[in-house]
Design a protein around this ligand. Structure first.
Ligand SMILES: Cc1cc2nc3c(=O)[nH]c(=O)nc-3n(C[C@H](O)[C@H](O)[C@H](O)COP(=O)(O)OP(=O)(O)OC[C@H]3O[C@@H](n4cnc5c(N)ncnc54)[C@H](O)[C@@H]3O)c2cc1C
Length: 439
């Protein structure tokens, strides 16, 4: 009695799923290249981890003063700067191993609004509060069933970009994915206020910590290492250091678990600190609405960005963008990080094949879920790299539609040309110089 049909509502050339760093760039690029494009986002806002997990410091666009990632992602940064939502660091100052000094801290409201403006200007149909439920074929056509606020909706699509971070569409369409045995921890970004730092009794803090640790009311992964645990958090007014271990975060239930564990951990910190003299009035001024997830599934792609190719800066024959970041592995069993800077002069590239799920004709992936091993992933997952991959996936999807071919048959030279026309920095290959700033 309550069953109903779900007739086709609207068809798109390109559907991008996920509106984070990879998704917004993919959607804008596809639309600017002439494809009728939709962007499906389960939340109510664009930006993904940058905005909802408050990891609001995209990087890295530059290598020792030289820009290696530009295009649509960089345009978003410049437009955010123009509206007073960010101040660019001086990229000409060498920062050595302090790479984070070249990240761009953005105001989340301005940044997410800029992304929205850019999508709407490009003609992208924004579909918030929707999540894919199934993909199927109807004759030669492809259908996507989504779950929205008012029930199930059927959309038509030609090509799709999986920018979910977790390779959710790859799973839904039955292509292989992989993930490590142990995943990097998640992190809840938060900010504390209301306490008097100069009145904090460090001995009492240490004593309270030791008791809470013994009774299991605080965990080592809740805080940064240090002589007086949680004092560094007080100095910095909170931090992005809280580590939620043993979580996955790629399905609704595992993400539910991650959110609950993240807020429990912050409650442990809050409760302990309020028992310390000087912190009686402490309160949580801000906490991110989602726990930031570093790592889950990666597609099994036509090519694999492994540690060797990343660390050696391999120039892949089908490279479509650069990526630059140290290897940055947050350990799952302690609140420490294995950081390995890249050697001087090394600027890794990402091959187009790492965006194509094995066996796929109509689906591409972009962002942190592309094909790579765990070590390389710890570096290429950063936001500027995700933006560059997203733009490349959007260009490839639009070209596949234009030529009516499989995503695997798009001419890489044509992707590069299109990216270059849209101000991306494209690795210089086969003697072709795509951009005066390319290395
Ligand atoms: C704690 C932490 C610190 C980090 N530090 C840095 C840093 O210093 N600098 C840096 O540049 N990067 C950093 N990163 C990495 C970086 O933020 C992410 O890897 C990057 O933002 C991933 O971009 P993405 O577009 O692939 O995925 P996301 O940003 O995760 O975007 C995915 C989007 O898809 C949506 N989505 C997911 N599943 C579905 C679905 N099934 N249906 C519909 N929508 C869906 C999500 O809501 C989200 O909007 C950090 C990450 C974390 C967690």
């Amino acid at each position: 009695m309550w069953m109903k049909d779900f007739p086709l509502t609207v068809s798109y050339d390109v559907v991008v799923v996920g509106g984070g760093a990879a998704g917004f760039t993919a959607a804008i690029q596809a639309a600017r290249a002439g494809a009728k494009t939709a962007l499906i986002e389960k939340n109510s806002i664009l930006g993904g981890t940058t905005v909802v997990a408050a990891v609001d410091f995209p990087g890295l666009f530059h290598v020792q003063g030289k820009q290696v990632i530009a295009g649509i992602g960089w345009e978003a940064i410049e437009r955010t700067v123009a509206k007073g939502g960010a101040v660019l660091p001086d990229f000409s100052i060498a920062v050595g191993e302090r790479h984070w000094e070249h990240q761009v801290r953005v105001n989340r409201f301005v940044y997410s609004t800029v992304l929205e403006e850019m999508c709407l200007e490009a003609g992208v149909a924004l579909r918030y509060h929707e999540m894919p439920a199934a993909v199927y074929a109807e004759g030669d056509e492809r259908r996507l069933l989504t779950a929205g606020k008012s029930g199930l909706i059927t959309l038509g699509f030609n090509k799709m970009v999986d920018a979910t971070g977790d390779a959710n569409m790859t799973e839904l369409m039955g292509y292989p994915r992989e993930k490590g045995d142990t995943l990097q921890p998640g992190t809840l970004v938060y900010r504390l206020n209301g306490y008097q730092l100069d009145e904090v009794d460090k001995d009492k803090l240490k004593e309270a910590y030791l008791i809470a640790h013994r009774t299991g009311d605080i965990k080592e992964t809740d805080h940064l290492p240090g002589e007086i645990p949680l004092y560094r958090e007080l100095i910095s007014k909170g931090s992005s250091s809280l580590h939620i271990t043993g979580i996955d975060g790629s399905s609704s239930m595992s993400k539910t678990h991650a959110e609950i564990e993240a807020r429990k951990a912050l409650m442990r910190i809050y409760t302990l600190l309020r028992s310390v003299p000087g912190c009686e009035q402490l309160y949580v001024e801000f906490f991110a609405i989602e726990c930031g997830i570093r790592e889950t599934w990666r597609i099994v792609g036509e090519e694999l960005v492994d540690a060797d190719s990343y660390i050696s800066g391999r120039k892949w024959p089908d490279a479509i963008c650069y990526s630059y970041y140290p290897i940055d592995i947050h350990r799952h069993d302690s609140n420490t990080t294995d950081i390995r800077p890249l050697a001087e002069g090394v600027v890794p590239t990402i091959p187009y094949g790492a965006l194509i799920p094995q066996g796929s004709e109509h689906l591409l992936a972009a962002g942190r879920c592309i094909s790579g091993d765990q070590v390389a992933h710890s570096a290429y997952r950063v936001q500027a790299s995700c933006m560059a991959m997203g733009q490349a996936a959007g260009a490839a999807a639009a070209l596949a539609v234009r030529h009516d071919v499989s995503v695997r048959h798009v001419n890489v030279e044509e992707i590069r040309q299109l990216l270059w026309e849209h101000k991306a920095i494209v690795p210089t290959m086969h003697g072709v110089k795509y951009n005066k700033e390319a290395l």
